[in-house]
Design a protein around this ligand. Structure first.
Ligand SMILES: [Zn+2]
Ligand SMILES: [Zn+2]
Length: 370
């Protein structure tokens, strides 16, 4: 009769993750084989502690255990007993403290996280979109349900290491522990590997996923799709898929948060006489911008609510139009005559900035003579 997992760890049935970890840590330190050489009882206890902790730390397994007891993990249960598991946990918690450098067990390995780079246009960031992406990944083998064993057979505990994944060998006064050469640390052997996945429990596959890009998303956003990464080895938990999103630079608009900026060249005469121009905006409409007479270079016009939407918020940013006054080039004789005539009849009132600037500059120069 197997001991109750909660009793094994001396915790209540409502213990949280932290209590479990601390109880496990305390007991594992006490019963670790390195501290109890040759003590079979301590070793047995150590294995029990590991198994109890391995089950209770996993919310899914814990729920199954709470409901069905040990029966949850017997044949046909939730993936059964995993040989290499305890070493993984042990190293996760103790790390280098116990000498480190030990090889990670290959039993139920967590699948790798995947990174997928996705580029969208500013228009797509404006409206949001649902995109289909194809991700090369590894999925659990359907033939063997991820066990790696040929259907109808199941992996068996490694006879050489009895599932520990490690073997000890005495060398003089020392006892050396190394990865089990028969199962390569997995703790189990597969006599008849599944032909479809060659015993790996997973197969390479290109998977199509639908990704929802919300309106207002920013360049550099990382979207995490939990459990959509690579399948774990032999039924191990899957990794996550991270989508790294970048927004392509736009020909007309620069973005700063929810605001957009657009530089618009206008002619010298429009700036002087006044006028108007149309700008196309990301919502697919056009907006007329009025230019008052005497508009200076770099002047900004704010178009309220014509910027980007804010992620999951109702507000919308603004569009700032900055005009760049273009000096006329390639003048005809007639144009030159007209401008020369204009120059002749101009006064300081027509260009107060430059008139004021040069008058102050002159004062500054003359101050040296005093
Ligand atoms: Zn398979
Ligand atoms: Zn072995």
């Amino acid at each position: 009769m197997k001991a109750d997992f909660y009793e094994t760890l001396s915790v209540s049935r409502t213990a949280d993750e932290k209590e479990l970890k601390s109880a496990f840590r305390k007991l594992a330190m006490r019963y670790h084989p390195d501290r109890n050489p040759g003590d079979d009882q301590a070793e047995h206890k150590f294995k029990e502690i590991n198994e109890a902790y391995e089950t209770l730390r996993d919310p899914q397994k814990r729920a199954a255990y709470d409901q069905f007891g040990h029966a949850a993990f017997e044949n046909g249960g939730m993936g059964g007993r995993s040989g290499g598991g305890f070493a993984d946990i042990f190293e996760d918690i103790f790390g280098d403290m116990m000498g480190g450098g030990r090889q990670r067990r290959g039993g139920r390995q967590h699948g790798a996280d995947l990174r997928f780079n996705m580029e969208i246009t500013l228009e797509e960031a404006f409206t949001g979109k649902t995109g289909q992406i194809r991700v090369p990944t590894a999925v659990a083998c359907d033939e063997c349900s991820g066990s790696g064993a040929k259907p109808g057979t199941s992996p068996s505990t490694c006879p050489m290491c009895q599932g520990a994944g490690r073997v000890r060998a005495a060398q003089g006064f020392f006892s050396i522990e190394r990865t089990c050469p028969q199962c390569h640390g997995r703790g189990e052997t597969i006599a008849d590997p599944c032909p479809k996945c060659a015993g790996q429990g997973r197969i390479a596959e290109e998977r199509s996923l639908s990704v929802n890009i919300p309106a207002g998303i920013e360049d550099g956003t990382r979207i995490r799709l939990a459990g959509e990464g690579e399948a774990g080895l032999r039924g191990g938990p899957a990794g996550d898929l991270y989508i790294f999103l970048s927004v392509k630079p736009h020909e007309f608009f620069q973005r700063d948060g929810a605001d957009l900026y657009c530089k618009v060249p206008i002619s010298m005469t429009t700036a002087a006489l006044g006028g108007a121009f149309e700008v196309a905006t990301l919502d697919g409409t056009q907006t007329r911008v009025k230019v008052p007479d005497g508009t200076q270079n770099d002047r900004q016009f704010r178009l309220k609510g014509k910027g980007m939407p804010v992620l999951r918020q109702p507000q919308i940013g603004d569009l700032y139009i900055q005009v760049a006054v273009e000096t006329p080039q390639n003048l005809t004789r007639k144009q030159r005559e007209l401008l020369e005539e204009f120059e002749r009849i101009s006064s300081k009132e027509n260009s107060p900035q430059s008139a004021g600037f040069f008058s102050r500059m002159k004062d500054f120069f003359e101050s040296f003579g005093e």
